[in-house]
Design a protein around this ligand. Sequence first.
Ligand SMILES: C[S@@+](CC[C@H](N)C(=O)[O-])C[C@H]1O[C@@H](n2cnc3c(N)ncnc32)[C@H](O)[C@@H]1O
Length: 311
Amino acid sequence: MSDSPLNESPDARRSDAQKTESCHVSVMPDEVIQWLMESDPAVIVDGTYGGGGHSKRLLDQLPMGEGVVIGLDRDPAVSERVETESHDPRLHVFLASYDQTPKALAQLNLTVCDAFVLDLGLSSDQLADRNRGFSFTQEGPLDLRFDPENGTPASKWLAIHNEKQIADTIYQYGEERFSRRIARAIVARARERNPVESVVDLVEICRRCVPRSRNHDIHPATRTFQALRIAVNDELGILERTLQSAPNWLAPGGRVAVISFHSLEDRIVKNAFRDDDAWEVLTKKPLRPTESEVTANPRSRSAKMRVARRR
Ligand SMILES: C[S@@+](CC[C@H](N)C(=O)[O-])C[C@H]1O[C@@H](n2cnc3c(N)ncnc32)[C@H](O)[C@@H]1O
């Protein structure tokens, strides 16, 4: 972690930027409130601020004029949006990865928080932005970074890794059975001086290499895009490291809630809580969204939420 201060998004009262509202619908908001607020936290960190839905609900639950909510997000578009909104002075949003939570706390002269929430994956705002490459139904550059100003876009990532590395990544992070075929086709294109650069390039390869699932419930590119997104953003590494370090900056009795969307993430959360004596697991089985939430917000259907308390 560098020593330079994190970038806090100013309040709209200090900005002339255009208003752009988030279209993201928060997942399991009632459960987040119920499980985190039970211990009366004063300092809450929302590590994946996104559209700010969870943060705003949490702020509403704090006693009038008390407490603080610190939001972190890696995506500069999030802080740009926050700059256009006027918001509660108890909300502080930083452009930073959630593994930088101690640094965000330090910037507010704090060393620990009482509650920490992560809502993993990408937001509907990111999915809707064709320049990010997250949606394989929209043409655009194959980028897939949460922070498009840092790191390596997926197209370049494919260009600098060999066939085996590409296949292993698609298999490991996407659990894609046809990973070898896909990697071979990607490398063959590059050899013909026609590298995979756009969403359409990769979708075409996946369509050719992955047989349609029997009930057509999953797009042939789903697993490959998930794998590359995880790789270019180091999603699993950041999650693992953060949960390992969290007992150092979560106050005793403080709670952490993590909402995950696929088995690789959920396994990391489950093992992190189980393997460290600093945690008391509060949800023996992961909580799931209610049927009515899934009907109203289909994006929530694969969500699993686990909660632990710092001993
Ligand atoms: C599912 S959205 C969160 C939505 C939010 N909870 C809400 O209710 O509006 C996930 C967000 O996490 C952000 N993100 C992903 N990895 C991150 C990381 N390592 N640090 C901070 N933010 C991250 C993404 O940019 C995205 O905006």
